[in-house]
Design a protein around this ligand. Sequence first.
Ligand code: HEM
Length: 181
Amino acid sequence: MKTETPVATYSLPAIGAHWLVAVLILALLPLGFYMEGLPLSPTKLQLYSWHKWMGITVLVLAALRLGWRLVRRPPPPLPAPAWQQQIAELTHVLLYVLMFAVPLSGWLMSSAKGFPVVWFGLLPLPDLVGKDAALGDLLKEVHMVLNLGLAALVALHLAGALKHHLIDRDSTLFRMLPFKK
Ligand code: HEM
């Protein structure tokens, strides 16, 4: 009788945080571009608040994920050509860097523009820098450029996962799903 070797998977907390961050980022990107084009109104200001709350939540989850990764190592990469493994590894590292850099650039921008960040309208966060209009404008550009990089990396990450699942037919996607194959 053929016995299947169990597939090493990510832990449930890692899987939960992965999909929560994925949903938040996939919501934040279009929300960011949409809200910016709106004329000033209570709705625009509400959308800015939601954007900041979700953005800070990504920052908190990214820190928790990194901490959990130190406690519970992720499963080893599945066998694949070395160049594929290197691209996957580099994409993962850059996604972690941007999960910190994008929200921090937004928070810094808000502080420089003199807009306080109150997480969920409950927890006031400290201003990371003093009010400085020129710095605020520069950070807005930084936030935009980092976001374009994040959008491109998310697309590459998604394409990689779909290739493994639909073409290579390996268990890459299943390792990041809460239910077992
Ligand atoms: C992963 C988290 C985040 C993503 C993916 C994201 C994405 C975006 C995108 C796509 C835009 C529109 C393009 C741009 O001008 O950059 C934007 C604008 C903006 N973001 Fe974020 N953002 C994030 C976190 C944050 C955080 C944490 C804050 C503040 C605490 C923030 C504050 C802003 C503001 C104020 C704007 C509008 C800039 C303006 O109209 O002057 N963002 N964001």
